[in-house]
Design a protein around this ligand. Sequence first.
Ligand code: AMP
Length: 190
Amino acid sequence: MLNVVIFGAPGSGKGTQSERISEKYGLNHISTGDVLRAEIKNNTELGKTAKGYIDQGQLIPDELMIDILASVFDSFKESKGVIFDGFPRTIAQADALKKMLADRSQKVSIMLDLKVPEEELIDRLLKRGLATGRADDNEETIQKRLVVYNTQTAPLIDWYKEEKLYHKIDGVGSMEEIFEDISQAINSVK
Ligand code: AMP
């Protein structure tokens, strides 16, 4: 299996690029944010719990997220591989992902870190908020999400460097240019 972790701050383009990667390489795509938004839309118990955190720009507790991830992963049959979009977001989640994959004789093949300067992230998220009405793409929540990213998620960069899986991608440029860099990185580990 080819298992790709796509990493980056909110607004770095993870979702957009994940769709293209999943299409080109035939991978299953798990976006934990999309999973949670679907639960909210369907007004499930999980959705109600998740909404409280998402609206505050906070992370859903690790144990809950890890269970959700494992159940989505196990729902894929005869998968060629998975693109993990928005997971892991904490060291505990990265440890859990490693263990979950090892238990299934699998591992992460590469971690792609989409680098975008903070002013550009804010600009993109505000525009997305206007275009899509996504509730957490407002100025106040964006600031909170960036703090959460810098404090809880960014430490994963060193974690993945130690695992020798880290690969930096310049996330500024045209969608095609960025996708070309991503494809090259993936081809180097395939
Ligand atoms: P995203 O669509 O990836 O930007 O995620 C939107 C929101 O969903 C985040 O701000 C978190 O509140 C929540 N979320 C998504 N993925 C995770 C995760 N791996 N761990 C905790 N919370 C998450």
